[in-house]
Design a protein around this ligand. Structure first.
Ligand SMILES: [Ca+2]
Ligand SMILES: [Ca+2]
Length: 286
């Protein structure tokens, strides 16, 4: 509502002053109500110019982008913080697992050493057991052999593991031994008193019933060897024998009519060329 005191020219002058005073200030006339005084609206110069709304929109968008950017950074920081925390926990768990695995390896290494020592001990014991087994098997075979029924041929008599033959003919010591060899044996080899007594009991008494057996010192005087090459140990010599009286290198035993002469003192030496009956010995599987 225009004041009555203010004319149109005066209003124009006031507007001109205002515009001249500040070119960046925009005056807009408010609702023109009759009789009201003019309303003055000032707008900052940057937006005062016509067409300033795109800048406002751009500023708003830029601010929004900044906010989104800041939020994104915050979210990423949180994410990576959680990720690093997870990695740390995983590293700690792996370290613990590594230590545990090392302990397990050390324990297993100790166990392997103990087992290796135990295996070595068992192998040695196994070797000892196998040797005992072989020895026992050999002994069992020997006993089975001894337990076999005696299978001596006719005119041959069994004793322990051998068969014996007492001849009724006479030959030299060498021919007697050859005869025994033809039958798969040799002149008797006498190692024990029992064997000597067994043979003695086979013989008949007589004036001078003599029998060759398998002993000789032909190779070296005084060194008596059996026909299998083993050296004589002991023997059942008559007192004063062997005496090599007339170059006597072969052994024989005598059973006279004198019952006081024992079986264990019945051996003599005589020249090997003499003719006497003989006693053969052969394995009882003969
Ligand atoms: Ca002699
Ligand atoms: Ca003699």
């Amino acid at each position: 509502m225009a004041t009555p005191e203010m004319g149109s020219a005066e209003c124009d002058g006031m507007y001109s002053k205002l515009i001249n005073k500040d070119e960046d200030t925009l005056y807009e006339e408010a609702d023109q109500k009759p009789g009201s005084s003019d309303v003055q609206i000032s707008v900052p110069s940057a937006g005062a110019a016509p067409g300033s709304r795109p800048y406002k929109l751009a500023a708003g968008c830029l601010g929004l982008i900044c906010v989104v950017f800041l939020i994104s950074i915050a979210v990423l920081c949180t994410h990576y913080k959680n990720l690093l925390f997870g990695v740390g926990e995983e590293h700690s768990a792996l370290s613990h697992n590594y230590s545990s695995a090392q302990s397990t390896v050390e324990r297993l290494s100790f166990n392997v050493s103990a087992l290796t020592a135990a295996i070595g001990k068992l192998q040695r014991e196994k070797g000892d057991v196998e040797k005992d087994k072989e020895r026992l098997q050999s002994r069992v075979k020997e006993l089975e052999e001894q337990a076999k029924p005696k299978t001596c041929p006719p005119e041959w008599l069994p004793f322990n593991t051998s068969c014996y033959f007492v001849s009724s003919r006479s030959k030299s010591w060498k021919d007697s031994n050859d005869y025994c060899a033809e039958k798969g044996g040799h002149l008797a080899i006498i190692h024990t008193p029992e064997e000597q007594t067994f043979l003695w009991n086979l013989l008949v008494r007589g004036h001078w019933n003599a029998y060759w057996f398998g002993i000789s010192d032909e190779k070296a005087e005084g060194d008596w060897f059996w026909v299998d090459g083993t050296k004589l140990v002991g023997g059942f010599w008559m007192d004063g024998e062997p005496n090599n009286h007339i170059d006597e290198d072969c052994g024989y035993m005598v059973k006279t009519r004198n019952p006081s002469i024992p079986a264990l003192k019945s051996w003599y030496d005589a020249p090997c060329s003499m003719y006497w009956p003989w006693i053969c010995e052969a394995p009882n599987s003969y």
